[in-house]
Design a binder for this molecule. Structure first.
Ligand SMILES: NC(=O)c1ccc[n+]([C@@H]2O[C@H](COP(=O)([O-])OP(=O)(O)OC[C@H]3O[C@@H](n4cnc5c(N)ncnc54)[C@H](OP(=O)(O)O)[C@@H]3O)[C@@H](O)[C@H]2O)c1
Length: 305
């Protein structure tokens, strides 16, 4: 099978596409024929050797990516929850960008893909979807709340704004100007990020909660407007001003994943796709992601020629 991997930490130039033997599932494990694998910033944070790798004890040689959607094509002893032929989505930390991957069901979550949801969109729900889900749940926003999502057009933000709207919240979302219309389509009031953010939010009546997906600016604006740390989530710079990240280990639990898949399958949740590329162009896609301005998700299609 084809496998994207790296033998040293570094930039996208360390990534190599190699031929590797098909992995075999052991007890409690299943093998997935990967059809689609969504990219996330944590992937490049791992292959670059940041704390995202070291805190998880990950050392090269390593595979790449996390989010997979595909079909179970082999099951190990003792697996009763999944069968060969089942369509699934879930986590395969540092081994998603390859034709086949093995998942230990005690360590990482795989859930069925409902009818009506294609593999590309299904793959996008794993890290970005569950982070958006967990953050919005933790903030417990409702009809009386105005939520600021800082970085509202990114992979996490674009799902978080929709989930918050579904809960009835008024949502203010920051994005670059050219993406404001896309946010309006979700019922989000777009706001420019950058200097003077707190003043712009104040002019719109202030905010009750903050979902910070980019850095610290949304949290600082929230503090200036009197939002307590307990009503803010910060996923890109954890611990800033005492604000925590999402309160769960997203790889191990399927919490929220089945619900997200159902919402995406019936069209309630829009999963915008920034681009779909074959595995041979994954490195290019990582360079684009690292540029920091994608709208929605970049996905590798492993069935493409
Ligand atoms: N469990 C976790 O803790 C967890 C899970 C998922 C993600 N994360 C982290 O959260 C961050 C976001 O992830 P993602 O997947 O959403 O990334 P992404 O898809 O790359 O999102 C990038 C977005 O950031 C926006 N942006 C760029 N500069 C900005 C600025 N100065 N202020 C506000 N927004 C700005 C861009 O909007 P424009 O294009 O409109 O400029 C773009 O839409 C990453 O650091 C990631 O590692 C953490």
């Amino acid at each position: 099978m084809r496998r994207l991997m790296h033998r040293a930490f570094g930039g996208p130039e360390v990534l190599e596409l190699v031929e590797a033997p098909d992995p075999q599932p052991g007890p409690g494990e299943v093998r997935v024929r990967v059809h689609a694998a969504a990219l996330n910033p944590v992937d490049w944070k791992i292959f670059s050797g940041t704390a995202a790798a070291t805190s998880r004890g990950l050392e090269p040689p390593l595979g790449v990516g996390n989010d997979v959607a595909g079909v179970v094509d082999a099951v190990g002893d003792g697996v009763t929850s999944l069968r060969v032929g089942d369509r699934v989505l879930g986590s395969a930390r540092a081994r998603a960008m390859q034709d086949r991957t093995v998942v230990d069901l005690a360590q990482e979550a795989l859930v069925p893909i409902p009818d009506g949801l294609d593999d590309v969109r299904a793959s996008c729900l794993v890290v970005a979807g569950r982070t958006a889900w967990a953050g919005v749940e933790a903030l417990a926003v409702g009809g009386d709340d105005t939520l600021l999502v800082n970085g509202a057009s990114g992979g996490v933000g674009v799902l978080a704004v929709q989930l918050a709207r579904l809960r009835g919240a008024r949502v203010l979302g920051t994005a670059s100007e050219r993406k404001h219309d896309r946010l309006r389509a979700y019922g989000v009031e777009p706001v420019a990020y950058g200097d003077g953010l707190a003043d712009r939010l104040r002019a719109l009546g202030g905010v009750d909660a903050v979902f910070e997906t980019h850095g610290t600016e949304g949290i600082d604006a929230g503090l200036e407007l009197g939002v307590p740390a307990a009503r803010m989530i910060g996923i890109a710079t954890k611990g800033h001003a005492g604000v925590v990240g999402v309160p769960m280990d997203l790889g191990r639990t399927g919490a929220g994943l089945a619900e997200l898949a159902a919402l995406a399958a019936d069209g309630t949740l829009d999963v915008p796709i920034a681009g779909v590329v074959p595995l041979e162009r994954a490195v290019e896609a990582y360079r684009e992601l690292m540029g920091g301005h994608v709208h929605g998700k970049l996905v590798v299609d492993l069935l493409a020629d």
